[in-house]
Write a protein that binds this ligand. Structure first.
Ligand code: HXC
Length: 519
């Protein structure tokens, strides 16, 4: 046997690397790119810091021999996996290659994904999954299904331990959508991403409904209707910028704190425009984004689920360099009422922040839970309860600012003192009461109003009496449920001070396996 030279052996490595990098071959790559999509490796390059990606398992092949599969082998088996850095920190990644057997998931393809999931969990690093796949590899039958099971199991074990991001950049069908659904966030790109359990053909056959794939499960559908997606981008490039940006607010794992980002924005910056943004008339709407932008570092706010359940706003910002999660009622949409969708949206975000040691700043202006048959029959009781549950079990610093209305159960639901708020601040126009003055006066002064000669004048007088007594922050402040009544322009400085004071907060919950959250 001729002994090979080192040059020949090294050449063999390079040849194999080139073969792996070619994916499904020139024709398949050209077809893929003609659809306006990046390749699996180009996507990783968009995500990672330049030159930082280290590929693993690039020579893996499937072991299937069904239906002539032994002739359809590709180095890497349709998924590129490895690690690199994002904003200088290690992040694990897998990126499915649609040019190889439609990115379909078989035994070895799944094994590669599971390996990076295990490494990410063991090393306490985030993982980003880039999904572009026809789903379970049909030829591999139960081995493919088993592969999905292995992934779901790991998604669940990693939940709340390391950040998990799912980027959908192609078709994701059947049970394949459940791995993304088990992760922290789903990112979708307009006209490129699709997710559904059953596609248009099955729907037509079973229910007779006509719907296109895009209408059913495109980025718009999941960002505006189902609430399954958290971020919408116009291009793949924009999508990866979003992923990088989200990761910048998060720690690498649940034992770390988020990264501190130096800011030149003065801690004591007093923005007097805040006096005008929130009208003192409780019946007038406004955009709470303006309040957020006026108080956070450099006006920078990264909104999550900005297109769904817009009556509540959630997202990340920084105060004095420290990452926080913001939950704010949006008085400009449905008067900021709490309903089913916004309770789901906010409670999940609160649990995410709590899992990853991110303090929560809650901005309150809420008239109550949305009344109506639809809400009641669809379970506003159990959905609304999630908000109470999420705040009550959260042990991160909780800072609440009551901007205006805080009525009834919704006052409690928006992180009241009794639910665990560490610091409650209230603006001068705050009204912390069981309900609004008009409704309250109509109930408790009904007899006096009915007996009066001029009922309208009597009603106005009673409303005014109630307003003076209860539609203020002072009763709550006098009972210790508000720690401090502040001027609107003092908000930034007071929130930063409160966050600093609670930085060392340590709170232990009663020992239990886990709670039973209402669903
Ligand atoms: C094996 C597959 C495949 C699959 C696609 N391919 N999906 N191979 N298993 N699941 C192959 C095709 O045969 C084709 O191979 C190549 O990938 C590209 O596919 P095209 O159909 O040419 O591409 P396109 O027209 O863009 O359509 C993409 C698609 C379609 C919408 C994804 O391929 C499709 O509907 N695939 C099947 C989807 C599906 O039903 N999957 C199973 C879901 S159930 P060639 O050699 O011709 O290039 C599931 C269960 C998971 O996933 C359960 C977990 C609990």
């Amino acid at each position: 046997m001729a002994v090979k030279t080192i040059e020949e052996l090294c050449g063999g490595v390079l040849e194999r690397r080139a073969e792996a990098a070619a994916g499904g071959g020139e024709k398949a790559v050209a077809k893929h790119k003609a659809k306006g999509r990046l390749t699996a490796r180009e996507r990783i390059a968009q995500l990672m810091d330049e030159g930082s990606f280290v590929e693993l398992d690039e020579f893996i092949e499937h072991r299937c021999t069904n239906f002539g599969m032994e002739k359809k082998k590709y180095l890497g088996d349709g998924v590129v996996t490895g690690y690199g850095t994002v904003n200088g920190r290690i992040v694990y990644v897998f990126s499915q290659d649609f040019t190889v057997l439609g990115g379909s998931l078989g035994e070895m393809h799944a094994q590669k994904i599971c390996k990076v999931m295990d490494l990410a969990l063991r090393n306490g690093c985030p993982i980003v999954g880039i999904n572009d796949s026809g789903g379970a590899r049909i030829q591999e039958a139960v081995d493919a299904l088993n592969g999905y099971g292995e992934i779901f199991y790991r998604n669940t074990l990693s939940s709340g331990v390391i950040p998990q991001m799912s980027v959908i950049l192609g078709p994701t069908a059947g049970g394949a959508v459940y791995s993304p659904a088990l992760t922290d966030y789903i990112f979708m790109v307009d006209k490129i991403s699709v997710m559904h359990i059953t596609g248009p053909a099955v729907i037509k056959a079973v229910t007779g409904e006509d719907v296109t794939s895009e209408e059913l499960g495109g980025a718009t559908a999941h960002n505006t209707k189902s609430g399954n997606a958290h971020f919408f981008a116009k291009t793949e490039q924009e999508c990866f910028e979003q992923v990088r940006s989200v990761l910048s607010y998060l720690p690498s794992n649940n034992m770390d704190d988020p990264v501190f980002v130096e800011t030149s924005d003065p801690i004591d910056r007093a923005d007097v425009s805040l006096r005008e943004i929130v009208p003192t008339n409780p019946n007038r709407g406004y955009d709470v984004h303006k309040v957020i932008q006026a108080i956070v570092d450099d006006g920078k706010f990264l909104e999550v689920q900005s297109m769904w359940a817009k009556n509540i706003i959630i997202g990340y910002a920084r105060f004095g360099g420290q990452s926080v999660g913001i939950v704010a009622n949006q008085a400009g949409v449905m008067a900021g009422c709490l309903d089913i969708d916004c309770s789901d949206k906010a409670s999940r975000f609160i649990r995410h922040c709590d899992a990853f040691n991110i303090p929560i700043v809650t901005l309150v202006d809420v008239p109550g839970y949305l009344p109506g048959k639809t809400q009641e029959w669809n379970g506003i009781i159990r959905h609304g309860a999630k908000l109470l549950y999420a705040y009550s079990e959260a042990t991160v610093p909780l800072i609440t600012v009551v901007l205006r209305k805080a009525y009834g159960g919704a006052y409690l639901g928006m992180c009241s003192k009794s639910l665990g708020a560490d610091c409650v601040l209230a603006w001068p126009q705050a009204q912390i009461a069981v309900m609004g003055a008009e409704g309250a006066a109509n109930i408790i002064f009904r007899k006096e109003i009915e007996a009066a000669e001029d009922q309208q004048a009597m009603r106005a007088q009673k409303i005014s009496e109630y307003e003076d007594a209860f539609a203020t922050p002072y009763q709550a402040a006098s009972h210790g449920m508000v720690d401090k009544v502040i001027l609107p322009e003092e908000t930034r400085c007071e929130v930063i001070k409160a966050l600093a004071a609670h930085k060392t907060k340590r709170q232990a919950l009663p020992r239990k396996k886990h709670g039973v959250i209402p669903h």
